[in-house]
Write a protein that binds this ligand. Sequence first.
Ligand code: F6R
Length: 265
Amino acid sequence: MRVIITPDYATLSVAAAKVVAELVRRKPTAVLGLATGSTPLGLYRELIRLHRDEGLDFRRVRSFNLDEYALPPDDPNSYRRYMHENLFRHINCPDGQWKVPEGHARDLDAAAHEYEEQLREAGGIDLQVLGIGRAGHIGFAEPGSSLAGRTAVVALHPTTRADAAAAGHFPNLDAVPTRAVTMGVGTILESRACLILASGKAKATIWAQFLEGPVTAQVTASALHLHPNVVAICDEDAASCLHDREQYRNAERVLADQPLLPTAI
Ligand code: F6R
């Protein structure tokens, strides 16, 4: 795993966008896995800037989002709406090429299964962007989820629901859905590379558990240690509980000329 510590959120966002942009330039038909939440907003802003100012071309890119609340797609809090507002309405990726799990199908299980099929037909994900929840989740693979899990309907952890309410996305805790559809850890681990991001002091404890604790279903992000191509970027605040900070810095100085993503993607 490559671990990169940046001075602040702005630098983290630019570093993350560089990883995504390099892949899209090298492979214009790249299949991206995307996340929502506050962490990737700066990354998306930078991708929009690269599209506008430097012609970064998303015409042939396809993408699959990690998860969706059990909400209608046009609900203001749906992740479909988030992706449209924060990325896709600003770039040239045609509608229909970016997908978000169906959160409001009559048969959510069948829709989740169909999502996995679509992913397989697209040839799998080249680069999966991830945030980490304070419950240690990636996607909505909450504590105790199977580390081999596939896209499925899940119950949201109380911490996850409380954080969604506290972020002001919902009027109160009761308005936060109790269920969501999410890629499983097994789905995520099949991506050819992963880029996980964390910013801010509120993530410092869980970021240290993820990077320096055991691989455990209680912190589903820790399963990324079983993946050969992971880039983990955090800012100084999120890095503040890491024991091995100097070694990560040292490793990045030594490996500065090594590509972050495998060139074979
Ligand atoms: C969102 C997702 C979640 C978030 C995580 C962090 O699609 O999959 O795992 O990445 O909850 O959320 P923020 O970035 O809001 O702290």
